[in-house]
Design a protein around this ligand. Structure first.
Ligand SMILES: [Zn+2]
Length: 239
């Protein structure tokens, strides 16, 4: 992970550009990084489209989800997702909230669950929870996580895991470093597409618990370094 705030800001800008380019974030959705020098803060852009984010857009937030410096910029409505997860999980250093279309069917299906079916998706873990905002907050919300109570509810559903789906909305993906969150989101998307195609073919074989429990090649530093270098090269001319 970056050791200085300058490095964290640079990697956060890159992560925004990469996740937009790779189709994980559209004009909405967001990615954040825990502050490397002040662990009870995190950094995230103001409410701007991820593909346009630059260093001047980055704001600091407290673990209550509030912006820490005076600004005219509007923060993302759903910043409480990030605040609640950083507050609950000291091991989490990076968070992505996305509305990736490929996972949405699995967030509303009453029978099919998203599960790792390809080896690069093993960091997602074997039991992927689906958080339904209506369970605690009723059927009259706009499905957005707009306060800390809702953020904490989602964080509880995430538990100690790496991903939680959000019913009819999207997902949250967490890790202890930025390249890992980016890679996990990209492979979450690929896994969902492959699983959906396999469902259309008929019966299929998902990864076994023992296969998911093996050391995760996709999360090894050498693998992440290789992927990050390539991802950065695709957006470098735009940063
Ligand atoms: Zn959202």
């Amino acid at each position: 992970m970056p050791e200085t705030i300058e490095d964290a800001r640079r990697d956060l800008v890159l992560a925004n550009r990469i996740l937009a380019r790779e189709g994980i974030l559209d004009t909405h959705g967001h990615v954040s990084v825990r502050h490397p020098e002040h662990p009870r803060r995190f950094i995230m852009a103001w409410a701007r489209a991820p593909e346009l984010i630059e260093d001047a857009d980055v704001l600091e937030f407290g673990l209550d989800g509030e912006v820490l410096q005076p600004t005219e910029k509007k923060p993302y409505l759903e910043r409480f997702i990030h605040a609640a997860i950083y507050a609950q999980r000291s091991d989490v250093l990076a968070v992505c909230h996305n509305h990736t279309p490929s996972i949405l069917p699995f967030s509303i299906s009453r029978t099919a669950r998203l599960r790792p079916v390809i080896h690069m998706a093993t960091p997602l873990g074997g039991d992927i929870p689906v958080w339904d905002i209506a369970d605690e907050f009723g059927r009259n919300t706009n499905l957005l996580v707009t306060n800390m109570d809702q953020g904490r509810s989602l964080a509880r559903a995430l538990g100690a895991g790496r991903i939680a789906l959000m019913r009819g909305h999207g997902s949250v993906v967490v890790s202890d470093n930025i390249p890992s969150v980016v890679s996990s989101c990209i492979h979450m998307d690929r896994n969902a597409r492959v699983q959906m195609q396999a469902i259309q073919l008929g019966e299929y074989t998902a990864l076994a618990p023992g296969e998911i429990g093996r050391p995760w090649v996709a999360d090894q530093p050498s693998s992440l370094d290789r992927a990050w270098e390539a991802y950065v090269s695709r957006v470098r001319d735009r940063v």
